[in-house]
Design a protein around this ligand. Structure first.
Ligand SMILES: Cc1ncc(COP(=O)(O)O)c(C=O)c1O
Length: 336
């Protein structure tokens, strides 16, 4: 058996999802007449109490489009030191938008309003103008932890006062919502733009949504086209997204319980130095120095357990809808 815990991006569409894709009514989305894409975009906008949405190939594209639309070089994006937009998007902030990045020293990807205030540049020709604040919820590199909604509210109110747009990298926003009990409507109202991924824990094969005002999405559509993200009969993919939103949200709770079970087991192992507290579906643990990381990963891979290296003796295991009871039983019995 293979238990693939490298990421929740490895999920494959279920038979039911494939069936929904097969039956999708499609058009040409670049020409604006794919009914299934339109349905998905309307659904997402309504869920998050915003006016419009845009279906894109990836979360990297939705984030990078948002950054491009909200800003104009020279300027600076403010985000946490663990932010995906900074660490894992190939330098896109500089490449696509010509901006510098101000990193806030964070608590697993989260920071406070006071820290944000300290990071905003005064109006002085020496400094790049602060143009955008981006939060990541849940934070991937932070081990899937989620933000306290009260801090989001404080940051949002302040950003509004300062005329600073606030973007949410919500690649795993549904993990945060299910874990915290906050509604999509409540979360949606604090941001000027939201990116969410359908192809991670929600189990769709491809796709992310960018959500915001009509004016914002109109500009976003132009950038998506420039980046080559305009897709034609994209309704087949959008159908998977609609299926995911209708069927795969509440079950994230199972992934969270599985992640806690994995973490508790790891805590008992003699080779484990520490396990980052689990809040959603991501488990990050650190090996003791005497256990070489590559060797450990190769050893468990030989048993069919696939994990991801995170650097600095750290390993990531992510639970998702491909990890059912049989996979959990196998993992519990085979993990050394
Ligand atoms: C927090 C976060 N944002 C954005 C992305 C980018 O998504 P994609 O892989 O679809 O480009 C990821 C991917 O893992 C992510 O974890």
């Amino acid at each position: 058996m293979i238990v693939d815990l490298r990421s929740d991006t490895v999920t494959k569409p279920s038979k039911e999802m494939l069936n929904a894709m097969l039956l999708a009514e499609v058009g040409d989305d670049v020409l604006g007449d794919d009914p299934t894409v339109i349905k998905l975009e309307k659904k997402a906008a309504k869920l998050f109490a915003q006016e419009a949405a845009l279906f894109c190939p990836s979360g990297t594209m939705t984030n990078q489009i948002a950054i491009k639309v909200h800003t104009k070089a020279p300027g600076e994006v403010i985000c946490s030191d663990l932010a995906h937009i900074y660490l894992y998007e190939g330098g896109g902030i500089a490449f696509n938008s010509g901006l510098s990045t101000r990193l806030i020293n964070s608590n697993r990807g989260r920071f406070t309003l006071e820290q944000l205030k300290d990071s905003i540049n005064v109006d002085d020709i020496h400094f790049p103008p602060s143009q955008l604040v981006a939060l990541e919820n849940t934070c991937n590199k932070g081990g899937g932890c989620y933000w306290d909604i009260r801090e989001i509210k404080r940051i949002s109110e302040y950003c509004k006062e300062q005329n600073l747009p606030l973007h949410l990298d919500g690649a795993r926003i549904y993990n945060a919502l299910v874990a915290s009990g906050i509604s999509t409507q409540e979360m949606g109202k604090y941001f000027d733009s939201i990116s969410l991924c359908l192809s991670k824990g929600l189990g769709a094969p491809v796709g992310s949504l960018l959500i915001g005002s009509k004016k914002f999405i109109k500009q976003a559509k132009r950038i998506r086209k420039i980046l080559g993200g305009g897709m034609r009969q994209a309704g087949y993919l959008a159908a998977a997204g609609i299926y995911a939103l209708d069927h795969n949200i509440q079950r994230l709770e199972i992934d969270h319980q599985n992640a806690i079970k994995i973490a508790k087991t790891l805590e008992t192992k003699p080779y484990v130095e520490s396990v980052t507290p689990v809040e959603t579906n991501i488990v990050i643990f650190k090996l003791k120095d005497e256990f070489p990381l590559d060797q450990y990963i190769a050893d468990i891979k030989a048993k069919g357990i696939w994990v991801a290296a995170m650097g600095n003796q750290q390993i990531r295991m992510v639970s998702h809808l491909g990890i059912g009871e049989a996979e959990m039983d196998y993992l519990m019995s085979e993990i050394p």
